[in-house]
Design a protein around this ligand. Structure first.
Ligand SMILES: [Zn+2]
Length: 388
């Protein structure tokens, strides 16, 4: 037999190759072996009929929290990501320099999901809880130790993370952000910034001003955060998108959805898209709590973006090749090019009435979404993970 697995008859969407058409895809030795209009079933040990289904590269979620049992935020990546068609995830700062070794040993090396880390500049990452911000006390930001851990764990650590809302940084916002950017420059890794409800001494314009080519702003469609911010921070008092956002984009800054528990608002997303502010990547920002409430999983978040008017092709682009390019792995994952890892997800696009919430505060809003992406088969590195 020439192939281990053959998936036939599906609508294959692979934006890395500009494919959005019916194709068969064959797998051999854990890699993509062929994509053709017709591949004979006799050439494969196992055949899956995907007629009426959508076949995509395994999804890549560039913002999750999966340091389970250590960070209070940590979800189970195999259960909440891999089984849902997300074969690669980036954990966004759940670990810092002091507790990264545990993340590497007990999460990265113990789970089936392909996992990378954006190392938090706070040496405890997101393990504090109790309403205590991880950067309220600057003794948690150890420049040398963070650089050392990032350098020693190249290959797993692919970026640097900071959160700068007032309840996280207190008065230290500008100083923390400057140090985080310095760590990012010193290590040559991109910086991901979570702005949120910023302190009075730090505006979104200040945050954008620090970001360089390849850096990432996450949580790009936030709700207003009253009383600190009466309107979404991405708009000025006239309801127009901040011009600094476009300027940042022009110099190569990247923009990530980071849905999460507190950072997605239907109205903000719709208005931003109307004004031409598209995401670079769509990510879930899923946590232990949000997988059972407003987030669920990345395919649900993609379905929300179908609802606000982004095409199916583009939501797959923003959750496959776009994040894999940020990781510098565009020939291995997030793509179905021949020779790439055989990470493949087969979806059913269910039609119906599906009520989904955003997380505007103090009042959240429900929308009835008409299409929901449901994973029916997941393949990682050529192995079938889940099939229904
Ligand atoms: Zn997050």
């Amino acid at each position: 037999m020439k192939y281990d697995l053959l998936i036939t008859g599906g609508l294959l969407i692979d934006p890395s190759q500009g494919i959005n058409d019916q194709r068969d895809i064959a797998v051999s030795g854990g890699k993509v072996a062929a994509i053709e209009k017709n591949i004979s079933a006799e050439e494969a040990k196992e055949v899956f009929d995907a007629l009426g289904k959508i076949v995509t590269p395994g999804l890549v979620d560039i913002h999750t929290h999966i340091y389970r049992l250590v960070s209070y935020l940590g979800a189970d990546p195999d259960l909440n990501c891999l089984a849902k068609g997300v074969t690669t995830v980036v954990d966004a700062g759940s670990s810092g320099a002091l507790n990264f070794p545990g993340f590497r040993k007990y999460i990265v090396e113990a789970c089936q999901t392909r996992i990378f880390e954006f190392l938090h500049v706070s040496d405890v990452g997101l393990t504090m809880g109790g309403g205590i911000g991880e950067l309220e006390d600057l003794r948690h930001l150890d420049f040398e130790r963070t650089v050392k851990v990032a350098r020693e764990n190249r290959g797993v650590i692919v970026g640097i993370k900071i959160r700068v809302p007032q309840d996280i940084v207190g008065q230290h916002g500008p100083q923390c952000l400057r140090l985080a950017k310095e760590i990012s420059r010193t290590t040559g890794l991109p910086l991901m910034v979570h702005p949120g409800a910023l302190p009075p001494n730090l505006s979104l314009i200040d945050v954008l001003g620090v970001l360089e080519k390849g850096d990432i702003m996450t949580h790009i469609y936030p709700p207003p955060y009253p009383p600190l911010l009466p309107r979404s921070s991405i708009f000025n008092e006239n309801g127009r998108l901040l011009p600094e956002i476009q300027k940042a984009r022009d110099r190569g800054v990247l923009f990530d959805v980071g849905h999460g528990m507190n950072n997605f608002c239907w109205d903000t997303a719709e208005e931003a898209l109307k004004q031409g502010f598209m995401p670079t990547t769509i990510s879930s920002d899923l946590t232990a709590a949000s997988v059972n409430s407003v987030v669920q999983d990345l395919p649900t978040i993609l379905s929300k973006f179908l609802h606000v008017g982004i095409s199916l092709y583009d939501v797959i682009k923003y959750s496959t090749i776009a994040p894999s390019q940020i990781l510098g792995k565009e020939n291995e994952i997030g793509t179905l090019k021949v020779g790439a890892e055989a990470d493949i997800t087969v979806f059913k696009l269910e039609e119906g009435e599906f009520p989904l919430w955003d997380n505007i505060r103090p009042v959240k809003e429900q929308r009835v979404v008409k299409q929901l992406l449901k994973p029916v088969k997941v393949v990682k590195g050529g192995s079938v993970i889940q099939s229904s």
